[in-house]
Write a protein that binds this ligand. Structure first.
Ligand SMILES: [Zn+2]
Ligand SMILES: [Zn+2]
Length: 230
């Protein structure tokens, strides 16, 4: 029975325990996303990512349900995997993570998740990242070394996550941006990741007025430096 009195989504059995865990939580949060998730697990042609060695479909939940998803996921995982021994954690989004998809600070009980990775990789991948962080917390709670130890790997494996690194693709918007914008007097603009060291000229104008040879008159000048947002 669903706690909120919603129609429970049809049960589907999934071989991987963490994929099943996420399915169960999605069933309670959003039944259409639950169906998408289960279909995606079966259909290898749908867009997917591999998180901690588990290949999952990319499905997104609307932002107003994302918090509910992680809240419930933490609760169900705590119950199912950790005998409810894990303390409540503060969960925050970090917009600046690059390689990191998630991080836990066990002492302050803070879990940070990368919002950019969520946008790119979807709810399931980030659910896996959350479970990964919870393993760190479990070891910490048991006063064991809580890094990626042999015991960590054993537990991760037993939860269906064979790899300790998330290996998620770097979010598109974190790929080095074209920061510099150059322009020619003709109106043509050129975007560049790097600042030009030697003068460059507008190819169109040089072709048109100087038989394609470099001409100082058509030097590209810097019109914008999109300082990378912190
Ligand atoms: Zn870790
Ligand atoms: Zn030009």
């Amino acid at each position: 029975m669903d706690r909120d009195g919603k129609t429970p989504a049809p049960q589907r059995l999934i071989a991987n325990p963490t994929a099943q865990l996420i399915a169960d939580v999605l069933a309670a949060v959003d039944s259409s996303i639950h169906t998408k998730w289960c279909d995606g697990l079966d259909d290898l042609h749908l867009p997917r990512v591999t998180a901690n060695g588990l290949s999952v479909p990319i499905v997104r939940v609307s932002w107003n349900k994302v918090d509910e998803f992680f809240e419930r996921l933490f609760g169900v995982a705590n119950d199912r995997y950790f005998a409810n021994q894990l303390p409540r954690c503060r969960r925050v989004w970090n917009r600046r993570f690059r390689g990191l998809a998630g991080r836990i600070e066990c002492r302050s009980k803070t879990i940070e998740l990368s919002s950019a990775h969520y946008e790119q990789c979807g709810i399931g991948a980030m659910g896996i990242v959350l479970v990964h962080e919870m393993i760190h917390l479990a070891l910490f709670t048991e006063r064991l070394p809580h890094g990626h130890t042999g015991e960590f790997k054993r537990r991760s494996y037993s939860l269906g996550l064979p790899r300790i690194y998330h290996e998620l693709p770097l979010p598109n918007r974190l790929v080095r941006p074209k920061r510099y914008v150059y322009a020619c007097t003709c109106g043509l603009q050129v975007e560049s990741k790097i600042r030009f060291r030697a003068p460059r000229a507008c190819a169109t104008c040089c072709r048109k007025f100087n038989r394609g040879r470099f001409d100082r008159r058509f030097r590209l000048f810097l019109v914008e430096d999109r300082q990378q947002a912190g």
